[in-house]
Write a protein that binds this ligand. Structure first.
Ligand code: NAP
Length: 472
């Protein structure tokens, strides 16, 4: 595919191969964009900003709605593209496509609700005879930098609100999964979006991502990805707004009064969805001692029924990791933890990029699998004596995206709600639960700001205050 520069499809002599991680087959190539392309895209986007800012909301809404219709018509192609270029199975890809359609639908709806408030100026001396209000205006040109693991919906989470809010956007999708983003861009352009409003540039993050972040023409960087790139971006961005959706190693607490089968099923699915490459994937499960052995046995048995294989086979439960290098990295983390005293209860075997779903026990505190983000199909089980111990362990890491608790006791549930240091908490679901309109984001190293269309729209627009002095 070509890339999108100010609404035009452009090629470059140098290209990047997009390969299917399951069998290394070539899916397509994309241009290897350059810093010159970034400069050109930002220049065009400044004009795009003026165009979108002046566009009436009803036109933006119509464009976003037409985009939704086109996505629905192209559903199979979008889902297959996700399944080919990324780690996801076709079932996972279909779910992501449906969610991306929902994300763009909500973006169209929220474009209508971009309102303000009147301000009681007379509430302070000196404000008499003044009336006024604020309304929200677009922030300008936004850099949208996205990761590989939800290659369509996480792009939709940036393009939808950016366009709904009246901005222009230059997107840089992950180099391993650029095709889904380009196909979303195609839907938007085919829906009538003025080209100047949208660029989707393909190329290395360290070059063109970095140039986008540094660009003085950029008013905001909306980044989703790993903490390492996130830190680098905060160091070089300069004076511009930054939103960061970063990683985590999500904890789940399972108390003895839980609905046992539901907890097992939900935690297994949450651990191995998208081969564990999921920012809200379950990585640590703290289980009350009295049910630990029973939970472990049921969890391992369910995990061993997982079917690995071709992503396009609807019977497949889990596909490969995104690259063989990544699968090797996770394999080495397992080996390191075993050397430190951990035990593999099941899994641990690798074939190319396919890593068997892996359950670990006796994980020492401080092992990488305990405190870093594994971003692979590995989960650790820990026995705990009570909720206090579970919360203390759950909070004992640098991340804080999501937490979860399984219990029938409201007091215990609300203690976890109050005390877990996370951006969101699920009661009687694993951490792997999200709908696209809820505020989404983390604390600590898991991020800054919130997405979830309405909340992203707030980040991507600013209040402008208007005051009329009627005392003259
Ligand atoms: P990544 O390596 O951080 O890459 C993310 C994006 O940043 C890619 O487009 C990458 O480009 C680009 N990039 C890399 N270095 C950059 C730099 N110096 N300046 C600007 N851009 C740069 O992350 P990933 O491996 O694709 O995704 C996995 C991570 O994303 C995990 O940590 C996961 O938890 C996190 N994530 C978070 C959320 C959330 O909502 N909180 C959701 C999904 C994923 P290249 O691909 O060209 O390197």
């Amino acid at each position: 595919m070509k890339m999108i520069l100010g609404g035009e499809w452009v090629d470059r002599s140098s290209t990047i191969e997009v390969r299917d991680p399951y069998d290394d087959s070539l899916v397509d190539t994309v241009p290897r964009g350059s810093v010159d392309d970034v400069v050109a895209a930002v220049e065009i986007a400044r004009r795009g900003y003026a165009i979108n800012r002046a566009m009436p909301a009803h036109e933006r809404i119509s464009i976003l709605k037409r985009c939704v219709t086109l996505m629905e018509e192209r559903f199979d192609d979008l889902a297959t593209t996700i399944a080919r270029e990324s780690s996801k199975t076709i079932r996972e890809a279909q779910k992501e496509t449906a969610r991306a359609i929902n994300t763009m639908t909500i973006s169209a709806e929220e474009a209508r609700r971009l309102d303000g408030e009147t301000i009681p100026f007379d509430s302070a001396p000196g404000g008499e005879k003044r009336i006024g209000y604020y309304y929200r205006f677009p922030i300008g040109v936004i850099a949208a930098i996205t990761p590989f693991n939800d290659p369509l919906n996480l792009v939709a989470h940036k393009l939808g609100p950016a366009i709904a809010g009246g901005n222009a956007v230059v997107c840089k999708p992950a180099s391993v999964t650029p095709l889904s983003a380009l196909k979303l861009g195609e839907c938007l352009l085919d829906a009538g979006l003025p080209g100047e409003i949208l660029s989707i540039l393909t190329g290395p993050g360290a070059e063109i991502g970095d140039a986008l972040v540094r660009s003085e023409g950029m008013r905001m960087v909306s980044f989703t990805g790993g903490v390492e790139a996130g830190r680098r971006i905060t160091q070089v961005a300069g004076l511009k707004k930054i939103s960061m959706e970063l990683g985590s190693n999500s904890p789940v607490i399972v108390l003895s009064d839980c609905k046992f089968d539901d907890a097992v099923e939900s935690c297994v699915s949450g651990s191995f969805w998208a081969a564990g490459q999921n920012c809200i994937g379950v990585q640590r499960i703290y289980i009350e001692e009295s049910i630990y052995d029973r939970f472990r046995d049921a969890f391992v048995a369910r995990t061993e029924r997982y079917r690995l294989g071709s992503k396009l086979d609807p019977e497949t439960d889990m596909g490969p990791m995104i690259t063989e290098d990544e699968a090797q990295r996770v394999e080495s983390w397992i080996a390191e933890a075993v050397n430190q005293g951990a035990r593999v209860a099941t899994g641990g075997k690798r074939e190319g990029a396919l890593l068997a779903p892996t359950v670990m026990e006796e994980m020492p505190r401080g092992a990488k699998l305990d405190c870093d983000e594994v971003f692979g199909p590995v989960v650790s089980l820990y026995p705990v004596s009570d909720l206090d111990e579970a919360i203390e362990a759950a909070n004992g890491v640098d991340y804080g995206l999501y937490g979860a608790i399984f219990t029938q006791d409201l007091d215990q549930a609300f203690r976890a709600v109050r005390e877990m240091e996370v951006g969101g908490i699920m009661v009687n679901d694993s951490t792997d639960y999200r709908i696209d309109l809820m505020p989404f984001g983390g604390v600590k190293s898991s991020g800054l700001g919130r997405e979830g269309i309405r909340y992203a729209l707030m980040e991507m627009t600013e209040p402008k205050t208007v005051c009329l002095n009627l005392g003259g």
